[in-house]
Design a protein around this ligand. Sequence first.
Ligand code: FE2
Length: 210
Amino acid sequence: MSVLALWPTNIWAENLTGTLSSETIDRLIAIGDEYEAAHPHAHKPAAMRGGPEVSYNLLKDNRPETVTFKAILGERMRHLAHAEGFEVETEFEAVCALRRFGPGEYAKPHNHRSVDYVAVLWLSLEQTDDRGDRHQRPAGNRLHLIDPIAARSRFLNHTMLHAIRPLPGLLVIHPAHIFHTSEINLGGVDTVALVTNIRVIDPARHYIQL
Ligand SMILES: [Fe+2]
């Protein structure tokens, strides 16, 4: 075992603009908005909303744009799983929803309970600073992935804060346990993204109901 393999955190980051046309991206926004309008309580945690299921899953939609996105996501997830050392027959399940962050809004630092990976596909946003010389100054919409484990390996020159500058068509998949936060949307329009929670289907676990 080499020192550099001590604690890898694998992150998938890919610009899909060559694969998803701007028309496809616009359609994904329209489809997501349609589901948002029909499911106003979709983002309330399941244990707090009670009653019948009120969330939705864009991956159940059978229009060409969502079917294409689902295929891309599955393919990329299998690549990432290979890098993570999973067996090839490992299967995943996922739920996808549209999220909007209006001007002045941001995602508080959080991670995701009960899932293994999170995928974000940015669909639309206003770039407020695309320069690389603004060290430690907010660029707006930038996603920060926070890896406290990396911070323990000072001698490896790791940083615990990995910044991603989103563009429409950028897909990022990261482990769900990684804390993440977005900078405030400094633009004048909504930042729109598809957020997918992904978990490993693990039939070998012998959990029982309490
Ligand atoms: Fe998140």
